[in-house]
Design a protein around this ligand. Structure first.
Ligand SMILES: Cc1ncc(COP(=O)(O)O)c(C=O)c1O
Length: 324
C-alpha cells in the first residue's frame, strides 16, 4: 500500500511532472469517457519517446484494456492504470488490479482510498503489480529505507536498515490501514447498495428521452463509483449549470466529474491545449452531471433525487417536445 501521491483528477497527468515526463493527452470514448485506444495508437505513432500509457478506469468502469495492452506490447510500453474509482471492478473475468495474463510489459495499478472513494482510509491508496515493481515502490514510499518500522521494532525484526533511495513519505499509517481493514469487511454490502441505487436511477431515468443514463459494457462490471447523467441538450431548455442550480434549490447536491484537463489553466498554458483537440471530452463535459451515489443514502434520499430530476426535466422540455 502507499500513501497519497497527488490530488484530484489531473493526478495521472500531474504525476508525470516530477519525473520530468511529458504527458501526451488524447481524447476519450463517447460512452465510457475512458481513454480511446485508437487515439492512443495514433498518439504513440506520432510522438517519439513514449514510455507508458496511463488509462483511467473512470467512474469505476474499466477502460478497454485488451487493445491498450496490445498497443503497449507492440510498442514496448509500460501501462500504469489509474484505478482510483475501480475497487471493485472487473474487465472480462479479471478483477482490475489483478495481473493481466500474457501481458509482458511493466504494469502497475493505483487505487485511491481517499474519503469519497468506494473504500476509504481517509487518505491513501494501494498499488498492485509484480513484486519487482511494487517492492521498489514500497521503498520509495518510506524515506527510501530498506525496512519499515514494523520490520525493525518487532521481535522478528532487526534494528539495521539502509537508505537505498532518496525516498518520500507516502507510506500508509497503521491507523488508516486499520480503517481500511474494517471497510473491506463491508465492501460487498456497500457495493450491493450502490448497485441498488444505480438500478433505481436507471429505471427512473432510462425511459426519459431528455436524459442519457450511464453505460456498462457487456464484458465489464463497473465499481459504480459515480453515477453520470447526461442531458440531451437539444431536447431541453436548460443547460447543465442551470440544471445543477435547480437541483441545489431542491437541496440535492450534484457535481461534475470532471472538468477536463485541457480546460485547466496550468495544462492549457503549459502544453498549449485547445478544446478542439478533445471534441468528445469537451462535448460530454458540457452536458454532464453526477448524481448523489453513496451506500449511506436512504430510499427517501434517492426518491428525492429522482423526483427533483424528473420535475426539472418536465418543466424544461424544449418547445419541440412540448408541441409534439
Ligand atoms: C480518477 C482519479 N485519479 C486519481 C485520484 C487521486 O487519488 P488520491 O486523492 O488518493 O491521490 C482521484 C481522486 O479523486 C481520481 O478521481
Amino acid at each position: 500500500m502507499s500513501g497519497r501521491t497527488s490530488s484530484k483528477k489531473s493526478s495521472a497527468t500531474s504525476s508525470a511532472r516530477p519525473t520530468r515526463a511529458r504527458p501526451v493527452l488524447v481524447d476519450v470514448e463517447p460512452d465510457t469517457l475512458n481513454l480511446d485506444p485508437d487515439q492512443v495508437e495514433h498518439a504513440v505513432r506520432r510522438t517519439p519517446g513514449v514510455r507508458a500509457i496511463v488509462p483511467v478506469h473512470l467512474y469505476g468502469h474499466p477502460a478497454d484494456m485488451d487493445p491498450i495492452y496490445d498497443i503497449a506490447h507492440r510498442h514496448g510500453l509500460a501501462v500504469i492504470e489509474d484505478a482510483a474509482h475501480a475497487l471493485p471492478a472487473w474487465y472480462h473475468d479479471r478483477m482490475i488490479g489483478a495481473p493481466a495474463a500474457g501481458f509482458d510489459q511493466p504494469n502497475l495499478v493505483a487505487f485511491s482510498f481517499y474519503a469519497t472513494k468506494n473504500l476509504t482510509t481517509g487518505e491513501g491508496g494501494m498499488l498492485t503489480g509484480p513484486s519487482e515493481l511494487v517492492e521498489p515502490a514500497r521503498v520509495w514510499s518510506l524515506h527510501g529505507m530498506s525496512h519499515d518500522a514494523y520490520d525493525r521494532y518487532t521481535s522478528n525484526g532487526s534494528w539495521k536498515y539502509d537508505v537505498v533511495l532518496p525516498g518520500f513519505k507516502y507510506n500508509m499509517p497503521d491507523l488508516q490501514a486499520a480503517l481500511g481493514l474494517q471497510q473491506l469487511r463491508h465492501l460487498d454490502a456497500m457495493q450491493r447498495r450502490r448497485h441498488e441505487i444505480v438500478e433505481r436511477y436507471d429505471t427512473a431515468f432510462g425511459p426519459v428521452q431528455e436524459l442519457e443514463t450511464p453505460y456498462e459494457r457487456p464484458h465489464v462490471r463497473s465499481a459504480w463509483h459515480i453515477y453520470l447523467l447526461r442531458l440531451r441538450r437539444e431536447r431541453l431548455r436548460i443547460n447543465r449549470d442551470a440544471f445543477i442550480s435547480e437541483l441545489k434549490k431542491r437541496n440535492i447536491g450534484a457535481s461534475v466529474h470532471f472538468i477536463p484537463i485541457h480546460l485547466h489553466s496550468y495544462y492549457r498554458n503549459r502544453y498549449g491545449l485547445r478544446p478542439e483537440q478533445f471534441p468528445v471530452a469537451q462535448r460530454e463535459f458540457e452536458r454532464m452531471l453526477s448524481l448523489p451515489l453513496s451506500p449511506a443514502h436512504s430510499e427517501e434520499d434517492i426518491e428525492d433525487v429522482i423526483q427533483a430530476v424528473t420535475e426539472i426535466v418536465q418543466t424544461n422540455l424544449s418547445r419541440m417536445r412540448t408541441v409534439a
